[in-house]
Write a protein that binds this ligand. Structure first.
Ligand SMILES: [Zn+2]
Length: 146
């Protein structure tokens, strides 16, 4: 990591060296500044690449849905999947689960996912709780007749 300030002072130092007639030292300093510049360019390029990858992951993350067990991909109104939760959380990879009779299996990490039972498919009715706020609170306001 090279700060802009460091480079700025480096250029000033090189100028000072040339003005003082110390050309060899000035040239050596310019050479090292050039190396630093190229390193910063490389780093900048790598950061741009990383940024593009992060943007891609975020774009994907918006389309990925978790059903409490596995991931599904919602794309153009189409639902694809399911995908392995372990592989996506660990590597950011959507690995298709292979369907067996009673479970899904991840071909990559060999994780197993149970198929939902029939009873879980029908929506369950929650027992209605009687509200504790239903009781009435009498308010008596006694007025003193003056
Ligand atoms: Zn997996």
């Amino acid at each position: 990591m090279f700060s802009t300030l460091y480079q700025a002072t480096g250029f000033k130092r090189a100028l000072d060296l040339f003005e003082a007639g110390r050309f060899d030292e000035g040239r050596a300093l310019l050479k090292s500044l050039q190396d630093e510049f190229l390193a910063v360019c490389d780093e900048n390029q790598a950061l741009k690449q990383q940024l593009a990858e992060v943007a891609e992951v975020l774009d994907l993350a918006e389309k990925v849905q978790f059903d409490g067990q596995k991931y599904w991909l919602e794309e153009d109104g189409e639902r694809k999947g399911p995908f392995c939760q372990v592989c996506y959380d660990r590597d950011g990879l959507l690995v298709h689960l292979h369907r067996h009779e009673n479970h899904w299996e991840c071909q990559s990490c060999h994780g197993l996912y149970m198929l939902p039972h029939e009873s879980e498919k029908s929506p369950q009715k929650k027992p209605r709780m009687r509200s504790t706020l239903e009781k009435t609170v009498p308010l008596f306001l006694e007025q003193e007749m003056g």
